[in-house]
Write a protein that binds this ligand. Structure first.
Ligand code: ASP
Ligand code: MG
Length: 423
């Protein structure tokens, strides 16, 4: 008998009929002898609808006072879900009880709209489990030390589920979603993409932060920190599918040393179109220059990703970096108004039509020539690389946005990730 956490996304909870299916599936697991905790999202579209109402009254929620109210509103979507699911389970003859974040309680910090979970009290939940009930807990929300309702950021139910699984030392956290696992890349771009049976936490973390949208990044961080075994699987299989088959389906996110990993050098290709490139040309090349450029950027709370500084000529150099596209204009203005006068740089230029394409794999640690294989594949397609950045288990390039799909396809092939290819 295991303690299992199920997480269901908005699509799986999208109608009363779908909620009934979730209830039947959960009841099947409970009847097989497992202690069950379920963490659902709001019904699909509901969080957007709720936040849309707030936006009608106040277009930009810029103050903490307004953000507090956004969390108050957005958290209700999940409250409806848990209540409906508890009713559906009871209708199946399965004892069930629902809780909001503050009832558990799930304690968070006070960063409204992007709060972090600090601790979870497991007493109430354990008592219910012992009494034979399925416990249903709202995703996405918690409560701060002053009793204010907080939310964890969009997609935050994944993190709630993993955090609950960590607090209860669950045997596995199953994330039911509208895809049937983690793929080598987005199958909408590369139809030959393959589902991975396993992926390491580290790789999943890179994939999530580099643009793969399957899981909220924070949920993977949490799973890694507390070593929660986590599986991504489809909620669209028939609810009465054989439970042993279901338990093996999808993609298991695992620890490198625990499992025989699929022996590919590169496990996946990630991409993201959310960034923009900014260059400062003719910067005097002297100590402290990187700080005098990026210091003000950091102070303005703008995240910087890829950074490149070139060789200098005649004491001047070019300095380029990427930011989120939403921060592009703000960053350019900041450089023009503050950094150029302070540093004596010659010019600010930029490009919003770029994308970042990355190869990810723990196999890169033990293999040489992986990056050059990537560069060759791109050069064979005539794709110019504008920036490069690497870490132990990934190499990313910044290229013109219009070549993104071509690059992803070429790399998928070059690293033998296509379906049917030898791994
Ligand atoms: N309902 C929230 C959202 O739409 C949280 C989640 O679905 O994970 O972002
Ligand atoms: Mg999600």
């Amino acid at each position: 008998m295991a303690l299992i956490v199920h997480k269901y996304g908005g699509t799986s909870m999208g109608s009363t009929e779908r909620i009934r299916n979730v209830a039947k599936r959960v009841a099947k697991w409970a009847r097989a002898g497992h202690r069950m905790v379920v963490v659902p999202s709001a019904m699909s579209g509901e969080t957007n609808r709720l936040l849309g109402l707030a936006k009608e009254l106040s277009p930009a929620a810029t103050t903490p006072e307004l953000q507090r109210e956004l969390d108050m509103i957005a958290s209700t979507g999940e409250q409806v879900s848990v209540g409906l699911l508890a009713i559906a389970l009871q209708a199946e003859g399965m004892p069930a009880v629902s809780y909001t974040g503050w009832q558990v309680p799930i304690a968070t910090d006070s960063a409204y709209t992007k709060a972090r979970i600090q601790s979870i009290d497991d007493q109430r939940v354990r008592a219910d489990l012992t009494a034979g009930k399925v416990v249903i807990i709202t995703g996405f929300q918690g409560i701060d030390e002053h009793g204010n309702i907080t939310t964890l950021g969009r997609g935050g139910s994944d993190t709630s589920a993993v955090a609950v699984a960590a607090a209860l030392k669950a045997d596995e956290c199953l994330i039911y979603t509208d895809v049937d696992g983690v793929y080598t890349t987005d199958p909408r771009i590369v139809p030959e993409a393959r589902r991975l049976h396993t992926i390491s936490f580290e790789e999943m973390l890179e994939m999530a932060s580099l643009g793969s949208k399957v899981l909220q990044i924070r949920s993977v961080e949490f799973a890694g920190k507390y070593r929660v075994p986590m599986r991504v699987l489809s909620s669209f299989t028939p609810w009465d599918i054989d439970i042993a088959e279901e338990a093996r389906s999808g993609t298991l996110i695992t620890f490198e040393e625990d499992e025989k990993m699929e022996q590919a050098v590169v496990s996946g290709i990630a991409f993201n179109r959310d960034e923009a490139k900014i260059s400062l040309l003719g910067v005097p090349d002297r100590p402290g220059i990187a700080f005098s450029i990026l210091g003000p950027v950091a102070e303005a709370n703008i995240d910087v990703d890829v950074i490149i500084q070139n060789v200098s000529h005649d004491g001047r150099t070019d300095f380029s970096f990427t930011v989120h596209r939403n921060d592009y204009q703000r960053t350019v203005d900041l450089l023009k108004n503050a950094v150029v006068p302070a540093t004596g740089a010659a010019q600010v230029t930029g490009d919003t039509k770029i994308c970042k394409v990355s190869i990810v794999g723990i196999g890169m640690r033990s293999h040489v020539g992986v990056a050059s294989r990537m560069f060759k594949a791109l050069s064979d397609e005539g794709i110019n690389i504008q920036m490069i950045t690497t870490s132990e288990i990934k190499t990313s390039v910044v290229i013109d946005e219009k070549y993104m799909e071509l690059a992803v396809r070429a790399l998928h092939k070059a690293f033998d990730l296509d379906q049917g290819a030898a791994a």
